[in-house]
Design a protein around this ligand. Structure first.
Ligand code: R2B
Ligand code: URA
Length: 282
């Protein structure tokens, strides 16, 4: 293409010098919420002891409100919204951006929230396999009216390194387990408290028990497409999500705002420790 317009980032190969802007990126961290990914960028700025003040970090995608993007040294922090369609649009444009910028040896992390399956709230889950509603490590995409199935295997080395990092932090409950990705927060995750509900409490518990037996430790809404797209493109990737509640105990998220904010910082602290180790800063 003579020009590639990354429409949802409001960037283009003609109007922006992508190699100059992004060529030194080594770590890409993505997460659902725009505010959380801004806070992560500011936190990384502090952790990497970069010059200037964290408050001055500017949104590279300010020309659009679809996603936000912040660069702090070799770290890129991007929001992806909620659900598979939203993150997959972002990933197409991100992967093209990394290609145009000629980035090498990049590791991608999804930092997120999730519902725990048999875990205490606040536990961090490093994803072993990202699985679908039938607990299979695959992602189905409809292409030209046909279903294409892609593997969702993640990088085992990065997952093990993250687990090692968690053991080096104080009071940091962390497990490796399978992460189930769904297309809905309510019925799709077996919640009884949505506007619609077509099953009983017992049926919900039976599904969660089956998930637990299949090694599922948390449920969220983006991991399978994230894993599949990174894998097809040869990018190392990991998923780190905190469990906000134990789904065996309920469906509503009842923790206070402050407790939830602290929980959501945990994946950030873990990935920051990983990045600092790789940069020789700890
Ligand atoms: C986790 O949290 C969001 C739903 O509340 C969704 O984006 C996810 O994967
Ligand atoms: N995100 C989810 O997708 N599910 C939960 O239960 C909590 C956060």
């Amino acid at each position: 293409m003579e020009e590639d317009i990354l429409y949802h980032f409001s960037l283009s190969t003609k109007t922006h010098n992508l190699p100059e802007m992004f060529g030194d990126i080594k770590f890409v961290c993505v997460g659902g919420s725009a505010n959380r990914m801004k806070a992560f960028a500011q936190f990384m700025h502090h952790e990497l002891k970069l010059p200037g003040i964290p408050e001055d970090i500017r949104d590279i995608c300010e020309g659009t409100d679809r996603y936000c993007m912040y660069k702090v040294g070799p770290v890129l922090s991007i929001s992806h919204g909620m659900g598979v369609p939203s993150i997959s649009i972002m990933l197409h444009e991100l992967i093209k951006l990394l290609h145009h910028a000629r980035c090498r040896d990049v590791v991608l992390f999804r930092l997120g929230t999730s519902g725990g399956v048999g875990l205490a709230p606040g536990t961090v889950v490093i994803t072993d396999k990202a699985v679908d509603y039938s607990f299979l490590p695959q992602f189905e995409q409809v292409v030209l009216g046909k279903v294409i199935t892609r593997s969702t295997e993640l990088d085992e080395g990065v997952a093990n390194e993250l687990l090692q990092c968690s053991s080096e932090l104080q009071n940091f409950p962390t497990v490796i387990g399978n992460t189930m990705c769904t297309h809905d927060f309510y019925e799709g995750q077996g919640r009884l408290d949505g506007a619609l509900c077509s099953f009983s409490h017992e049926e919900k518990l039976e599904y969660l028990r089956k998930a637990y037996e299949a090694g599922v430790r948390n449920i969220e809404m983006e991991s399978t497409v994230f894993a599949a797209m990174c894998r097809v493109c040869g990018l190392k990737a990991a998923v780190v999500c905190v469990a906000l509640l134990n789904r065996f105990d309920g469906d509503q998220i009842t923790s206070s705002h402050d407790v939830l904010v602290e929980y959501q910082q945990r994946p950030q602290v873990l990935v920051s420790h990983f990045i600092k180790k790789h940069l020789g800063l700890v």
